[in-house]
Write a protein that binds this ligand. Sequence first.
Ligand SMILES: *Cc1c(COP(=O)(O)O)cnc(C)c1O
Length: 427
Amino acid sequence: MSKHHIGTKCVQGGYTPGNGEPRQIPIVQSTTFKYATSEDMGKLFDLEASGYFYSRLQNPTCDTVAAKICELEGGSAAMLLGSGQAASFYSIFNIASCGDHIVSSSTIYGGTYNLFAVTMKRMGIEFTFVAPNCTDEELEAAFRPNTKAVFGETIANPALTVFDIERFANAAHAHGVPLIVDNTFATPVNCRPFEFGADIVTHSTTKYMDGHGAAVGGCIVDSGKFDWTKYPEKFPGLCTPDDSYHGVTYTERFGLGGAYITKATAQLMRDFGSVQSPQSAFILNLGLESLHVRMKRHCENGLAVAKFLEGDDRILHVTYPGLESDACYPLAQKYLPNGSCGVVSFRIKGGRAAAEAFMKGLKIAAIETHVADARSCCLHPASATHRQMNDQELMDCGVYPDLIRFSCGLEDAEDLIADIKQALDNM
Ligand SMILES: *Cc1c(COP(=O)(O)O)cnc(C)c1O
């Protein structure tokens, strides 16, 4: 599949059935797998042979779908997880532990911000947040000797800033650490962060990849390009024997292409068990089969709605990376030349109350804690996903009290615009 274009990979990647085998991927709805001898089983436990033994660690349906996403991103290995949150957590906890430090973009998903700033902090991992458009001096000053990774979102949810992947990758690499990019909003159809130097990609597959609001899920993909063995003192978990796994040294046994994902599966999935179910993986795969077709429409609708809003004087400001007036337009041209996403953020005149009145009047777009669905939806982040933040924290991550996040679905743009217009007229 690797020589094919992205659409062909969306449809056919990850699975090549043999003669007489099912055309659609089989749902292997089994917790366990049978073996003839205990010796066979022992080899699996020692990671000496590959095979399935318990679906908390690996399941064939999940692996098939992970393989498709791996191809889409151009990675060396991938794993599915039960949610995007689990993917964000594992991606960092796989290489950082108590006493370590991470540099993160400040414009990230609210759930990720809380995971980092509150929950992982409680586990002893410190985060320094930098604005995605910070100066070189500010970025440099964020690093510490115990920094283990840099994290950012290709297109931030909901701030819609575009992450300068190449710049942050260079900074990370200069400090001997990998860049982890949450590529949820762009999807590999619109941006493949590995092509710009990112080392690890995460996804909430709940969003565009599923695309139908049907299954919560996450994914981590490794590029296989970061050389952990150059910094064994920074990444002992990958470069020295794992006592909890029969003394295996992941980089030696699985090479640079397999070490990171094998460790995340063998240790973190074993211990935390944030699996995606085979049923959900099947639903995710149905979504992936049309991802390239749907993303095009989401982006067309996003641009049409953004342009309409920009021309209406009841709107204070529109943020959409595809708008020429947008501060991130030059970065979008570089990283997202074929389109960004279907999500448009805008500030409405009249503050928090106006935002709430406008949203109440919408008839097509529903108020939901969701984005990237076939059905348009909208959210007031300050009273939902970001409500745990104070006003200063809200401003720092680009979420104003009058900000509305509008996720354009796959409906006709004319109808979405007419709906927005009547809601503004009737406010
Ligand atoms: C939704 C989202 C997440 C969290 O994913 P879940 O599947 O809801 O756990 C992480 N990052 C981004 C950018 C998201 O939009």
